[in-house]
Design a protein around this ligand. Structure first.
Ligand code: NAD
Length: 273
């Protein structure tokens, strides 16, 4: 078991569809012991049983935009664990209207909210837990292709993911000398609470499914297994990396498959016949 004896903090479980749940379950399967955070009381009700299922009674309140919560983290971790070996940051938020209309109409408020909650939080969380990190600890965050390329409706969240991926590289440099690694998984689209805010998300899922080289969408188990690898010592030489776990979708320069007049899928060149 690659995470036997490892202790970690999981930020971003909302329910059992969350990518953070998939990664935490994979870490548990590999022997890890974890603490979990919850955003508010409504989410606490869902996180508590999930933590219990994964063998933990350690849950802390954390709104990443709340300095008091961030300052309380290190003492709580020290009390419960001493040092920890890994941290998962699986947090993102942008106002729904910013993910439906044209990007050019993004308001300053929506832009700032997306950047604060989805990007700066990686920096502030990392700084908050730094005193409790063991030597050679691993930090992981979640990105999406919309940060590197245009994806319909992803809008301000694409800009946020581009900035998040840059933060991964700058943090990897800052913490590298102390042995701490910082990486991101760029996950293929998955139906979760956060994804439900993105316009036409069903179409995005379908398009990925029919065009990705593996011809299927990713599950939280797929992301979980790769997450456990990056959080474990098996990835001891990997830092500052954006690792795609998307069935290969990101390698495409052009899609194979489109929709015919009846809405059925067909190879693009067959649509001409
Ligand atoms: N679902 C996808 O298709 C997909 C693809 C690639 C990347 N991601 C990324 O994966 C990460 C996890 O999202 P998910 O899809 O599992 O959805 P999710 O809704 O299950 O998780 C998002 C989490 O962010 C938390 N959160 C939001 N605002 C917060 C705040 N102020 N403080 C603390 N926590 C806060 C929510 O409580 C929730 O637990 C996000 O960064 C998301 O952008 C998702």
């Amino acid at each position: 078991m690659i995470m036997q004896g490892k202790k970690g903090l999981i930020v971003g479980v909302a329910n059992k569809m969350s990518i953070a749940y998939g990664i935490a379950a994979a870490c548990k399967n590999q022997g890890a012991d974890m603490a979990f955070t919850f955003l508010n009381d409504a989410i606490k009700k869902r996180v508590e049983p999930i933590a219990n299922e994964l063998g933990s009674d350690k849950i802390y309140e954390l709104d990443v935009n709340n300095d008091e919560h961030l300052n309380a983290l290190a003492p709580q971790i020290e009390r419960d664990f001493g040092k920890i070996d890994f941290v998962l940051h699986a947090v993102a938020f942008a106002p729904k209207q910013a993910l439906e209309n044209d990007f050019i109409n993004t308001t300053k408020d929506a832009f700032n909210v997306a950047m604060e909650t989805s990007v700066y939080s990686l920096v502030s969380l990392t700084r908050a837990v730094l005193p409790t990190l063991s030597k050679d600890a691993s930090i992981l965050t979640l990105s999406y292709l919309g940060g590197a390329k245009y994806v319909p409706h992803y809008n301000v969240m694409g800009v946020a993911k581009a900035a998040l991926e840059s933060c991964v590289r700058y943090l990897a440099r800052d913490l590298g000398a102390s042995g701490v690694r910082v990486n991101a998984i760029s996950a293929g689209p998955i139906k979760t609470l956060a994804a439900s805010g993105i316009g036409d998300f069903k179409m995005i899922l379908r398009y990925n499914e029919i065009n990705a080289p593996l011809k299927r969408n990713m599950s939280i188990e797929d992301i979980g297994k790769s997450g456990a690898y990056l959080l474990s010592d098996l990835a001891s030489g990997v830092t500052g990396e954006i690792h795609y776990v998307d069935g290969g979708y990101n390698i495409l320069g052009m899609a194979d498959v489109g929709l015919d007049d009846d809405g059925k899928t067909a190879l693009l060149w067959d649509l001409q016949k």
